[in-house]
Design a protein around this ligand. Sequence first.
Ligand code: NAG
Ligand code: NAG
Ligand code: NAG
Ligand code: NAG
Length: 313
Amino acid sequence: MFISGASILLTLPCLIASVTAAANPIGPNPNPKRGLVYVPSKDHPEDDKIWIQTDSPLTWYYNYKTLPSAPLEGGPTNLEFVPMLWGDYNNTFVEDVKGLLGQGYKIEYVLGFNEPDNPANGGTGGSGVSPESAAARWKESIQPLAELGIKLGAPSPTGSPSGFFAACDECTFDFIPLHWYGNFDGVASHLGTYSSAFPNMSFWFTEFALDHQDVAPSQDFFNLTMEYFDRMDNVGRYSWFGSFRSDVSNVGPNAALLNEKGGLTYIGAWYLNKDEQQAASITGKGGAGNLSVNKLQSFAISAFVVAIISWVL
Ligand SMILES: *[C@@H]1O[C@H](CO)[C@@H](O)[C@H](O)[C@H]1NC(C)=O
Ligand SMILES: *[C@@H]1O[C@H](CO)[C@@H](O)[C@H](O)[C@H]1NC(C)=O
Ligand SMILES: *[C@@H]1O[C@H](CO)[C@@H](O)[C@H](O)[C@H]1NC(C)=O
Ligand SMILES: *[C@@H]1O[C@H](CO)[C@@H](O)[C@H](O)[C@H]1NC(C)=O
């Protein structure tokens, strides 16, 4: 499938969706769409149990890796694990996934490369894979899983995956993971652009937040996107970024689900279908720390457009 960068640029301004805020941010419980980007804390492994509580709406998780994270396995939530092949390297992905199936894991989906259009050493979580290398690796290490009936998540560039699929005729994919950092109009527009380019496709928002903003707009964004993603049929799944303490958040303290002491923030409570009386604080305090696993740039529409041009053309 191929779409030109120019066609995306032309459709962008038309697709700013107008959405009425009929906020029901809490959503169903359990919620088949809502999941966890697992970003473990070396200093606070005790935080892990927050994500596997009784009555949690969370139903699935990914950890940027091939194999499950022991602390999240089992428990009352019994989260479904979604393996990821993060980048282009020698790997045992196919064997690992088959091994999990052999052990009785229900593996229905896998995720392709994480932000391949961002440089691997750029400190923003990119895996720095060219469309050509991604295509070669895909054929060898991801495509064979389709024969087992596993659904494949396309590479999740911050721009468009079209360049990748232009480089690989034989590659197939079943859904497209997207990342979004910005406001609500932006995320609605982003989804609109992709829905036009890939009709009938299912999209997963595997990282998203309004980053580095004040408490009120952050909560507002949270409520709007929860209601929107739960309602949209073409949003298959979503996972908020992120599930970490505010003092190590690289997307700003007000996007974190935990405060600096590991208690739930308001959005943390809401994400877990609790009300704010069950939160430890409205939000958390920031700090000088950095996340080691996945550092993200906040990007605006302009960065998005630049990324599309460089990956599509
Ligand atoms: C890839 O990994 C396998 C298993 O670890 C190893 O046997 C093989 O030599 C590696 N290939 C390359 C090209 O590094
Ligand atoms: C989308 O799905 C509908 C219903 O399954 C089908 O009729 C239509 O042809 C599909 N459109 C595209 C572009 O694949
Ligand atoms: C967000 O949703 C929560 C939970 O329903 C609600 O208590 C809060 O008032 C909402 N905030 C805004 C700004 O809509
Ligand atoms: C966080 O990262 C920035 C940029 O990568 C760096 O300049 C800063 O020193 C880091 N802070 C800590 C506490 O590691």
